[in-house]
Design a protein around this ligand. Structure first.
Ligand code: NAD
Ligand code: AHE
Ligand code: ZN
Length: 376
């Protein structure tokens, strides 16, 4: 079939909206009509050329929601008409990682997914001239129709609006899940969130859900103060306005207890900046502070700290997709949204047709949007 898609032909270039060929689903695969897709900073990370795994040409996009229109041979867990959210972290329930119960990082198809290919080592997308176009994060939701492995779709309830729940395909689950699944934040905790964008605001609402007391937000953009306050932030810091290093500043403001040792119980990097990751670790509490890396950093970037920071009990953790097991957890997060436990609507600041997708990237660059969503 033919479908409209925004194609990243070259790193650093705007996406080109054009018609492409899409082959139907093979064994174990499903064809999805994508109804809506968010634009995550990770799409920009790859489009810009900063992603060591970036391959071009590719159809980016990994934060979608849509409807199954056809299933390939052997597919048993979803059927035509089901509403689904594509999963860049699949859940096969049979690989050593899934069976370990220690991680959400299913390994069943990770190798081919990283090469921009379906599990059989081929691509379903091609240009009208017949040249292959790569898949992206196993999802390629910047195409109106896409093909995914059955293990990489979560079936969700049919009354949930596509233009909102697409955000659960990455940002919401990553932010809320980082708090609940990865950090396992307790009631009464003190926490710091660096970067109050589409991910950081969801970390804030996860912290509120978990019952954290002091929730400090850090951003270079002062407009994010008001945004943070909407989702549970109790204190805001713009690092360029405090006149001192942010680590001692946060340690000082979080001093408590008889010994007056400061530091946050939990900190989260949602910027992808390795200097910020270090600050996040070092402002966590001596003895037990946990710092969670969520942001993805450009090719060649490395993190560093004095080993003494870890010797004295701080823990440096990371999380992908908020530690969520997609087919199991995503339908529950859709329920949380539908039941009003978490908010999504206010964070979707801009919607646009596929033709305007590059404007969505511009809005993100200028700090004007929290989430831009393409509605097909
Ligand atoms: P975004 O662009 O919406 O937000 C980033 C925010 O960080 C902005 O508000 C920006 O002003 C702020 N910021 C930038 N530099 C800063 C600094 N030095 N100090 C303080 N604040 C700073 O991006 P997003 O969609 O929220 O994504 C955030 C990061 O998370 C990206 O690196 C993205 O690739 C990554 N991400 C990771 C996962 C995962 O599974 N680990 C999932 C989704 C996104
Ligand atoms: N390809 C990059 C890393 C990108 C990355 O870390 N991706 C996250 C999801 S970001 C979603 O917005 C992820 O899931 N990572 C685990 C995985 O298996 O990819 C690089 O640096 O090579
Ligand atoms: Zn994402």
């Amino acid at each position: 079939m033919k479908t409209r898609a925004a194609v990243a032909f070259e790193a650093g270039k705007p996406l080109e909206v054009t018609e492409v060929n899409l082959e139907g689903p093979k064994a174990g695969e499903v064809l999805i009509e994508v109804k809506a897709t968010g634009i995550c900073h990770t799409d920009e990370f790859t489009r810009s050329g900063a992603d060591p795994e970036g391959i071009f040409p590719a159809i980016l996009g990994h934060e979608g929601a849509g409807v199954v229109v056809e299933v390939g041979p052997g597919v048993t867990t979803v059927k035509k008409g089901d509403h689904v959210i594509p999963l860049y972290t699949p859940e096969c329930r049979g690989c050593p990682s899934c069976l370990s119960r220690k991680t959400n990082l299913c390994t069943a198809i990770r190798a081919t997914q990283g090469q921009g290919l379906m599990p059989d080592g081929t691509s379903r997308f091609s240009t009208l001239d017949g040249d292959p176009i790569h898949h992206y994060m196993g999802c390629s939701t910047f195409s109106n129709y896409t093909v995914l492995p059955e293990i990489a779709v979560a079936k969700v309830r049919e009354d949930a609006p596509f233009d909102k729940i697409c955000y659960i395909g990455c940002g919401v689950t990553t932010g809320v899940g980082a708090v609940i699944n990865t950090a396992k934040v307790e009631v009464g905790s003190t926490a710091v969130v660096f970067g109050l964008g589409g991910i950081g605001l969801n970390v804030l609402q996860g912290l509120r859900l978990a019952g954290a007391d002091m929730i400090i937000g850090v951003d270079l953009n002062n407009d994010r103060k008001e945004w943070g306050e909407k989702f549970g932030m109790t204190h805001f810091i713009n690092p360029t306005e405090i006149g001192e290093d942010i680590v001692p500043y946060i340690v000082n403001m979080t001093k408590r207890g008889a010994d007056q040792i400061g530091g946050a119980d939990y900190t989260f990097d949602c910027t992808g900046n390795v200097k910020v990751m270090r600050q996040a670790l070092e402002c966590s509490h001596r003895g037990w502070g946990k710092s969670v890396v969520i942001g993805v950093a450009p090719a060649g970037a490395e993190i560093s700290t004095r080993p003494f920071q870890l010797v004295t009990g701080r823990q440096w953790l990371g999380t992908a997709f908020g530690g969520a097991r997609g087919r199991t957890d995503v339908p529950k997060i859709v329920d949380w949204y539908m039941d009003g436990k978490i908010q999504i609507d206010p964070m979707i600041t801009h919607t646009m047709p596929l033709e305007d997708i590059n404007k969505g990237f511009d809005l993100m660059h200028h700090g004007e949007s929290i989430r831009g969503v393409v509605i097909y």
